[in-house]
Write a protein that binds this ligand. Structure first.
Ligand code: AMP
Length: 283
């Protein structure tokens, strides 16, 4: 059976108030819809960790810096509800925009430090949009736990920092990236790739794994990054925006894998911006 779709905060609060009265733990999975197995793995984790699960679907206008990206973002609510059915979540919250940003809405949540690098400078305003909407969704859903993908690792850390800084009593869990058999990280954006673009995109994870292995063997990142960039361009990527090795907790830049680290890559293939990251074993 598909879960009830709730569109107003009043309907959502009626449920969450009842659940909390019964001492049930509420988990929330924020998404923008167009669900794939990556999103569904978060619903699964939430089901395992909580008594009640709310999946939110909201294409958040504030986190898009290009109006055409917002307009083109896939909206597949009916299919999404069907895909969620086997997970037996308790509610799908698809708020009308005015439930999230009512007339006169004037508040922005901004997280400094963690947003200064990688996606931050490349997507001005993006993390403010994310932090603002996620803060609202946490509070609207009165969530005890929240589930995010490591696919968007910087976002995961930003959201965790925001909840801590604002004393929002929610525990933020990161879940591993779900990949295609080729290693390509699942993403709604993969749908925009042609079959040639898909073949190019599949090189990204292979190159990243090679770099991670060389780093774990004590390699120097600057040299490995140069080589990886050349390999990605040779494979058909049109542009590599960044290849970074960073501390897994603070995102500070590292010269080698001398402590728990992650490797981050963002590159363009076939007109599509692809992002991925993987853990790197310490050398
Ligand atoms: P989105 O709808 O793209 O904003 O993503 C909603 C949530 O799903 C975020 O927490 C993402 O990190 C997560 N997510 C997206 N792709 C994947 C994936 N391949 N594996 C795991 N989680 C993912």
């Amino acid at each position: 059976m598909t879960a009830p779709i709730l569109r107003s905060l009043a309907e959502l609060r009626a449920k969450t108030t009842e659940w909390h009265r019964d001492d049930e733990m509420i988990g929330v999975v924020p998404t923008m819809g167009a669900l794939h197995e990556g999103h569904l793995s978060l619903a699964q984790a939430a089901k395992e960790g909580c008594d009640r699960v709310i999946v939110t679907i909201f294409v958040n206008p504030k986190q898009f810096n290009k109006p055409e990206d917002l307009a083109n973002y896939p909206r597949t609510e009916h299919e999404d509800a069907k895909k969620l059915a086997p997970y037996e979540v308790d509610a799908i919250y698809v708020p009308d925009p005015q439930e999230v940003y009512p007339e006169g809405f004037s508040t922005t949540v901004s997280v400094s430090g963690l947003t200064d690098m990688m996606e931050g400078p490349f997507r001005p305003g993006h993390f403010e949009g994310v932090a603002t909407v996620v803060a609202k969704l946490f509070l609207q859903a009165q969530a005890d736990r929240a589930y995010f993908g490591e696919k968007d690792y910087q976002q995961l850390l930003v959201v965790r920092r925001m909840a801590r800084d604002l004393d929002i009593p929610v525990e933020v869990f990161g879940c591993p990236t779900v990949r295609e058999p080729s290693g390509l990280a699942m993403s709604s954006r993969n749908l925009l790739l042609s079959s040639d673009g898909l073949k190019i995109a599949e090189h990204m994870h292979k190159v990243m794994r090679q770099v991670a292995q060389n780093l774990a063997e004590g390699g120097d990142f600057a040299t490995l990054a140069q080589d990886a960039k050349a390999r990605l361009l040779a494979a058909g990527f049109s542009e590599v925006e960044y290849i970074d090795l960073r501390c897994a907790e603070t995102l500070e830049s590292l010269p080698n894998a001398n402590r728990p680290a992650r490797l981050f890559v963002t590159a363009w293939a076939d007109g599509v911006r692809l992002i991925d990251n993987i853990p790197v074993d310490s050398a």
